[in-house]
Design a protein around this ligand. Structure first.
Ligand SMILES: [Zn+2]
Ligand SMILES: [Zn+2]
Length: 666
């Protein structure tokens, strides 16, 4: 080796895929290596926070990182300069910080970028900086605070409920949302209501229109519909003899604007809604796309777009769709988040000209391709012209004696598709027949439809992320892990339709925390803590002071609750059941195998029994077996679509089932 040879620049990133992508851009003189994630962290088996010493974290080298660190150390000694190029957010900054410490780097050069492209890397290399300690401190504060809460609160749950449970900041507040919703669902009593629709024919029978009754005389029908069955039957009878005419035709033109480009939250929502990808799966795929250089950084709450990306989108739109699809000026979107210094970009493709069809050829992973297509469409359409839609509504009047019944039909027609041409969202057209005002019509086949009011829907990945964001709980880097932690710990299960449903265990833990550690499950308090992390990152607020303010009252309260809360209080709740051995009330208890009913006189009476399946008794005798065996009709829901039906309490001995309540008559 000749002494004259120039030394290499060593660039360290956190993932091997990212290292490979960057290697493809940079020529000789650069060596790109991966740290494989964090190299230092709090220890696994100890608290790792020095409470005597102002919350000093005691970091240890990760065992799995040791070998790789030695290799990096050797390369660092040989290198002419060392550049840390980990991700641009707090987590990335912390990885860079720990790398610098573990490698004992004297001179630190740090670069950050929104996207892994040749231009972006070369640009970043021109302006290296030091490590931003505000970002590092915000990450340390989160790590230390979550460690303290988990380390002290989890053993409390072990003693009071069950060994191995865990509680944590943010996750427990998110769980409370699910528990409260589940309680609403269980307490919900469906009520029956009716709607009426009819088809009206023109006199020449060539045109027809389907419309729904919305108003009787001057009274609008209250949502969701008519409750009285006698009333709807009377209306139906009147309608059969009514005479009908077109009462009113209204048209209006509407401009529809494209949606803002993706943030982490909106990407997770859309990806769940359209592709049924969980938040976790979406983030995994997005990270792969980012590390391969196809999209910008996937953890962001910003809708900013770089000037270059906007002009290349505009160029693409003009070339591919034509001038009429290009707005005069670029569309601008405003970021709602108040974070100023971490001004990131929206999630967007790095190359607007890489259309989804061509992406599939370049990159074979089908799931990545589907997510890429969503991101690409959202980005390109956000820079396109508004769509123009014509909406039409026709009101038909059907008169019988002194009563007038009003029916409405709505139609819509796309006059100019605009951004819809590139967007993933579809707008359905429904063209109504051409009718004249006051034109006579013939009513045909008026129909009543029976419905039941529905409970509020359970959360799914999309609606939960949306709710968390609106409450200010969690951040782009944490939404996905909140959900996966809750499901991994059996606090939440997924229904057949993938919705999130809290378990008995989830309810128990939430009730306990709500009564005794209210801050931990309080939405506002949790949001305030997130804001305080932002203050550290953006303004350099003192992170140790912030932890102290949280920890001291939390710890005092915990000591108090250790003695105050009994195991029985934590694991028992009242029930309506009476003990068949001694007549005392029974309580719902939580044991090793889940919930069961136990006598409240335990240990004098040790009677236990299974919790009866939740069903709603209608008080009606079963038409199948009621006379003979006393079966009762109970309301149940179908497994798949949760539709309400009526079955027998003696199922499976009796197979009676009906969509209608048996006392409905006819
Ligand atoms: Zn008893
Ligand atoms: Zn029966």
């Amino acid at each position: 080796m000749s002494k004259a040879k120039e030394k290499n620049t060593l660039i360290i990133v956190e993932s091997p895929t990212k290292a490979r992508t960057i290697s493809g851009f940079l020529g000789n003189g650069f060596e790109i290596q991966s740290s494989y994630g964090h190299v230092r962290d709090l220890p696994k088996s100890k608290l790792g926070v020095d409470l005597e010493n102002n919350f000093e974290p005691v970091y240890v080298i990760q065992p799995k990182a040791k070998e790789n660190l030695e290799k990096l150390q050797k390369l660092a000694k040989k290198a002419g300069s060392i550049i840390l190029a980990t991700d641009e957010d707090r987590e990335g900054e912390a990885i860079a910080f720990h790398l610098a410490q573990a490698l004992e780097l004297k001179k630190i050069e740090r670069i950050a970028f929104h996207e892994i492209t040749k231009v972006a890397i070369e640009e970043a290399l021109k302006t290296p900086r030091g490590i931003n300690m505000n970002l590092v401190d915000a990450q340390q504060a989160r790590r230390v605070l979550d460690r303290l809460v988990g380390y002290e609160l989890s053993p409390f749950l072990w003693k009071k409920i069950k060994y191995g449970l865990s509680a944590g900041r943010v996750q427990s507040a998110a769980l409370r949302l699910l528990v409260e919703r589940e309680k609403e669902v269980l307490a919900f009593n469906p009520e029956k209501y009716f709607t009426i629709s009819a088809t009206f024919f023109s006199l020449d029978k060539k045109r027809k229109i389907q419309a729904e009754l919305f108003k009787i005389n001057s009274e609008n029908i209250q949502e969701p519909g008519i409750e009285s069955e006698a009333e709807v039957k009377k209306i139906l009878k009147n309608l059969l003899d009514s005479s009908a005419q077109v009462f009113e035709i209204a048209r209006k033109e509407l401009k529809k604007s494209p949606l803002a480009p993706f943030t982490t939250s909106t990407m997770q929502q859309e990806s769940y809604s359209r592709l049924r990808y969980s938040a976790k799966q979406t983030m995994m795929l997005a990270q792969q796309l980012y590390e391969k250089g196809f999209i910008t950084y996937m953890r962001t709450d910003s809708v900013n777009l770089s000037k270059d990306s906007v002009s290349s989108a505009r160029e693409f739109i003009q070339q591919s769709f034509g001038k009429e699809y290009l707005p005069e000026k670029p569309n601008f979107y405003k970021t709602k988040s108040k974070m100023a210094q971490e001004a990131h970009e929206a999630v967007r493709p790095t190359n607007a000209f890489l259309v989804p069809e061509e992406f599939k050829i370049k990159n074979e992973d089908a799931k990545q391709a589907k997510l890429y297509e969503l991101i690409w469409r959202r980005f390109v359409s956000c820079q396109m012209e508004k769509a123009v839609v014509s909406q039409e509504s026709v009101v038909v009047e059907a008169s019988f004696k002194k009563d007038n019944y009003y029916f409405k039909a709505n139609g819509q027609k796309i006059l100019f598709d605009g951004y819809l041409k590139a967007s993933s969202s579809t707008t359905k057209e429904l063209i109504l027949p051409s009718l004249e005002k006051s034109e006579g019509l013939v009513i045909n086949d008026p129909k009543l439809e029976e419905h039941f009011t529905q409970p509020p829907p359970r959360f799914n990945d999309a609606s939960l992320v949306k709710m968390l964001e609106s409450l200010g709980i969690g951040r782009p880097s944490t939404y996905a892990s909140i959900i996966s932690t809750l499901t991994a710990r059996d606090y939440v299960s997924r229904t057949e339709s993938k919705s999130l449903q809290s378990t008995n265990l989830g309810v128990l833990v939430t009730d306990l925390l709500t009564h005794h550690f209210n801050n931990i499950v309080d939405y506002q308090f949790t949001a305030k803590i997130e804001d305080e992390f932002d203050e550290i990152a953006d303004k350099g607020a003192d992170w140790r002071k912030m932890i102290k303010n949280f920890y001291e009252p939390f710890h005092q309260n915990l000591l108090k609750k250790e003695t105050e809360v009994t195991r029985a209080e934590a694991t028992e709740r009242p029930s309506n059941e009476v003990c068949d051995k001694c007549g005392s009330p029974m309580v719902v208890k939580y044991g090793r195998y889940g919930e069961f009913l136990g006598c409240s006189k335990y240990p004098e009476c040790s009677n236990i029994k299974k919790i009866p399946k939740p069903s709603q008794d209608t008080g009606i005798l079963c038409p199948g077996c009621g006379e003979k065996d006393g079966g009762k009709v109970v309301m149940r829901r179908t497994k798949a679509r949760k539709r309400i039906f009526y079955g027998c309490s003696r199922w499976p001995q009796c197979n009676f089932a009906s969509w209608k309540r048996p006392d409905d008559g006819e």
